[in-house]
Design a protein around this ligand. Structure first.
Ligand code: ATR
Length: 306
């Protein structure tokens, strides 16, 4: 299939953007502009460097300029919770905003995405969403055919991404969860939160002693070429895991995924998570199904160059 055709920029072109600090390595513009062109929309998606001290002004500025929507990346996701006009339930549950949709009030008093107005409405607002958490289970299902309900999972990492992954897995009905983190206290704090919010999941801090379904890496180990594996294979052998997912997507194969492949596990990296969080954002802005395969190809080309 040929590359989607982009309309030239004109006075009717509308804008979306990702705000980050730093933002210059973001793969979102490549993925989203391909998706936008695939839908035939006269929009463009920009990557804008925004310092956290200026995040509020930047969100308000985008609203004033009638942007369609925003994505927020490091370090803005928690800060933005207090900077949007309303929070969708997803942002309330996960305590973080990675997607903002600008909306206008129609004649009947209902709020609708800005794209749906012929004439820009007088009254507009920003609504914050979180599309990251659902993207975890979506990617596990699509890329590894793993259903999280009833599964036994070893989760590595209890930072920002690890905490959301742990809570999402518990909310999905994972049967048993083992949490391992360099700083054990953080794993214990996440375990306590799960015991309080999701009593149906049995949660332990430490490595499992028997076979499990999934090992999920949510640490940042693997981002750099010379990083070690986040898994201590003296504590747990990958031969005891069915599938291994590494949230890191910058390298084709991290040390963890190399060992997992050698041990006969099915594997996937975090590119799918990035894809599904972005696809859901585009759907929230456009109210149309995202062209997933077009977005996936653009993302792979941007990240791996092929
Ligand atoms: P993110 O938002 O991407 O989750 P983060 O909150 O800084 O970023 O979390 C990074 C995760 O990688 C944490 O689990 C961190 O472990 P600590 O909680 O002990 O800091 C883990 N991590 C980072 N560098 C590591 C290293 N060299 N060895 C082991 N774990 C590491």
């Amino acid at each position: 299939m040929s590359e989607p055709f982009s309309q030239p920029i004109d006075a009717a072109t509308r804008y979306c953007a990702v705000f980050g600090h730093p933002v210059k390595h973001s793969a979102s513009p490549a993925m989203q502009n391909a998706g936008i062109a695939g839908l035939g929309l006269n929009w463009r998606y920009l990557a804008l460097e925004v310092h956290p001290d200026e995040l509020r002004r930047a969100i308000d500025g985008a609203k004033a300029m009638k942007f369609i929507g925003l994505n927020l990346t490091v370090p803005h996701k928690l800060l933005a919770v207090d900077m949007v006009d309303v929070l969708d339930e997803s942002a309330q549950v996960w305590g973080a905003v990675n997607t903002v949709r600008f909306e206008g009030r129609d004649d009947r008093g209902e709020w609708r995405p800005l794209d749906q107005f012929e004439i820009v409405p007088g009254e507009t607002r920003s609504q914050g969403f979180n599309t990251d958490a659902d993207a975890i289970t979506h990617s596990l299902r699509e890329d590894l055919e793993l259903e999280t309900r009833g599964a036994k999972v070893l989760l590595l990492g209890a930072g920002g991404a690890g905490r959301v992954a742990a809570l999402k897995l518990a909310a999905d009905g994972v049967a048993e969860l083992w949490l391992v983190n360099r700083t054990k206290e953080k794993a214990e704090a996440v375990a306590a939160e799960i015991r309080q919010r999701h009593s149906g999941t049995s949660v332990n801090v430490g490595y499992p002693k028997a076979d499990i379904d999934l090992v999920l890496n949510a640490t940042s180990l693997g981002l750099k070429n010379d990083d070690a594996s986040p898994l201590d294979e003296k504590e747990f052998s990958l031969r005891g895991a069915r599938v291994v997912y590494d949230m890191i997507y910058r390298s084709d194969e991290t040390p963890l995924l190399k060992s997992a492949t050698a041990a006969g596990c099915r594997t996937a990296n975090g590119l799918g998570m990035l894809l599904y969080q972005g696809a859901t954002a585009l759907e929230l802005w456009s109210d149309r199904p995202a062209p997933i395969e077009i977005m996936r190809r653009a993302l792979e080309k941007n990240v791996y160059g092929h």
